[in-house]
Design a protein around this ligand. Structure first.
Ligand SMILES: [Cu+2]
Length: 251
């Protein structure tokens, strides 16, 4: 009984200490992922029903969206870089994949920068290395450089006759020639944050950007067999530079 009382007293003392103004508290951060089309939220409930118009004027629907995020790293004002383990294969049909981390505890400090990799970098993009991704049929063909997809965006668009046609906008390693491959991942780096208290960081993907800037994507020309199309893969990488943004909510 005495032991319990003592423990309780110690716990209270410890908590009390943490609440002191001169003792900086840990920073608890959650990181979520969400998707939009030029600001309008996109969820699986839009699949096959909601129509979007891309930059080139094609009317399209989405039936599938999966993408991979890895190497999420937070940086604080002391110069520490804290990398979060693992990766998320975001699948719009699975709500569980929208949370990269929930209530991760970071040492006290001001977190002013976040970076992450869209897809896998060269070091992590190892052929067949991740059983869960293999099970999700996320592999990228060996003859195209191997490793894994970065994104699968699929649906239908209306062709010039107004008839629905299928598109499959798949992104991964770019095959420049026989046995010649170019890493095609994107490092997103945002350094205008000021997080010194518990917060949720939302990583937002604007799907419309994949069709927009700098390459106006023509779905009539580029709708399928894109995985082995070097130029298409590079255009995706260029357009992908602006698809991600960050929004911070304080908890
Ligand atoms: Cu594919």
């Amino acid at each position: 009984m005495k032991k319990i009382a003592l423990l309780l007293a110690l716990t209270i003392a410890f908590v009390g200490c943490n609440n002191d103004d001169d003792t900086p508290a840990n920073v608890v951060i959650s990181i979520n992922l969400s998707q939009n089309w030029d600001g309008t939220s996109v969820t699986a409930s839009d699949f096959g029903t909601t129509e979007y118009t891309n930059e080139n004027g094609e009317i399209l629907k989405i039936t599938k969206l999966r993408y991979l995020i890895s190497k999420v790293t937070l940086y604080n004002s002391f110069g520490d870089a804290i990398e979060l383990e693992g990766y998320n294969l975001v699948d719009l049909t699975d709500d569980n994949t929208f949370v990269f981390t929930k209530n991760a505890v970071f040492p006290p400090g001001t977190y002013n920068r976040i970076s992450f990799v869209y897809g896998f970098n060269e070091e992590d993009n190892i052929d067949a290395a991740y059983p869960d991704l293999n099970a999700a049929s996320w592999n990228w063909p060996a003859m195209l450089g191997g490793g894994y997809h970065f994104m699968q965006l699929e649906g239908t668009y209306k062709d010039t006759n107004g008839d629905p046609q299928i598109y499959a906008y798949h992104n991964g390693t770019a095959r420049a020639g026989i046995g010649v491959f170019e890493q095609n991942f994107i490092t997103v780096d945002i350094d205008d944050l000021t997080i010194d208290d518990d917060a949720t960081i939302n990583i937002n993907m604007n799907i419309a950007e994949w069709f927009k800037n700098p390459n106006t994507w023509d779905l009539n020309e580029l709708n399928g067999s894109l995985m082995g199309n070097y130029d298409a893969q590079i255009m995706m990488n260029q357009n992908g530079q602006n698809v991600f943004s960050i929004a911070v909510e304080t908890n």
